[in-house]
Write a protein that binds this ligand. Structure first.
Ligand code: SIN
Length: 314
């Protein structure tokens, strides 16, 4: 058995990092999530001999991520963190919805040990895949004494999971930490910490006891030129208990959509306002329209936060 607190558990959920293509050299047009977690570890010679266990929880293209998988993942991560011999957990994931899963884990798991998500932009069969280095960095992070919180190891940087967001659809450095920037950098195999580890959250852990079918429906509606209230009204009619508006600029909302939002609020629907801008979030301007500002959260992150808030009151 590994010595106390040296074991890292790698939980696979799919994504490009586990993707394969029949076309040599392909960066696109592959099958995401084709490989199990052990195959990803076996492909990194530098991980040979490290105390590791692997578990394939799912093999999804993360655009198909669902709430049942989130529940199973949060429960699996919580169970692994409770093992004294486990130093930390790595979650391999697709990049497309990674910021949502990171937000979900941040709010539902009290990660006093590191929970490190990682991913890749190129499939495992690419001539120069980015996944192996990202996985090596993630495993090293997860075994780093003193590290804590939900983190993302990607492209030579470490981001706080709750701040990370995908900012590019193809480039290998596809993530940013928003205005907060990176938390740490990998420099020649050594970690350079730029600021404190993120605060441990897990304040919405009670959601894990709620059956997934009862998690409140929360949807995102985008404000844009010529926006109508009809989409928001239809979602409320279909059972939405919360709406996040991806507003323009500093979260401004087209007057037609705002009228529908106010009507929804009058029916008890919670309406939050985020920004469709990549960075900057919504800075409180004292606007009197009574929508709740999502702060630095992207619309996708805000949706997760609102759903958990409605599920738990936290
Ligand atoms: C996915 O999100 O599962 C596919 C895309 C990626 O991982 O980059």
């Amino acid at each position: 058995m590994p010595s106390a607190s040296s074991l890292v558990v790698v939980i696979g959920t799919g994504g490009t990092i586990a993707g394969t293509s029949a076309r040599p050299g392909a960066h696109l047009g592959y099958q995401a999530g084709a490989l199990a977690a052990q195959a990803l570890v076996d492909a990194v010679p530098a991980l040979a001999g490290r105390p590791l266990q692997t578990h394939s929880l799912a093999q999804l293209d993360s655009c198909d991520m669902d709430h049942a998988t989130w529940l199973a993942l949060a429960q699996a991560v919580t169970a692994q963190l409770a093992r004294p011999e486990v130093a930390g957990v790595v979650v391999t994931h697709g990049t497309d919805t990674l910021e949502e899963t990171a937000t979900f884990l941040h709010r539902t798991v009290a990660a006093s040990k590191p929970v490190v998500l990682t991913a890749a932009m190129r499939p495992a069969t690419a001539p120069s895949p980015d996944g192996p280095q990202n996985l090596l960095d993630a495993v090293t992070m997860a075994a780093t004494p003193g590290a804590r919180g939900v983190l993302l190891a990607f492209g030579g940087a470490v981001y706080a999971g709750a701040e990370a967001r995908k900012v590019h659809g193809y480039r290998v450095d596809a993530f940013s930490g928003g205005d907060a920037g990176a938390l740490a950098l990998w420099q020649d195999g050594r970690l350079r910490l730029l600021r404190e580890w993120p605060a441990v959250d897990g304040g919405a852990a009670a959601a894990l006891a709620v059956p997934v079918a009862e998690w409140p429906l929360v949807d995102i509606v985008t404000s844009h030129a010529g926006a109508r209230g009809a989409a928001l009204q239809a979602l409320v009619a279909a059972g939405a208990r919360g709406i996040v508006i991806a507003g323009t600029g500093n979260g401004s909302v087209h007057r037609e959509l705002l009228a529908a939002a106010r009507a929804a609020q009058a029916q008890g629907v919670q309406v939050w306002r985020a920004s469709r801008c990549v960075d900057g979030g919504v800075v409180d301007s004292g606007s009197p329209d009574a929508l709740v500002n999502a702060g630095d959260a992207t619309p996708a992150q805000a949706r997760v936060r609102l759903m958990l808030a409605l599920a738990t009151g936290a």
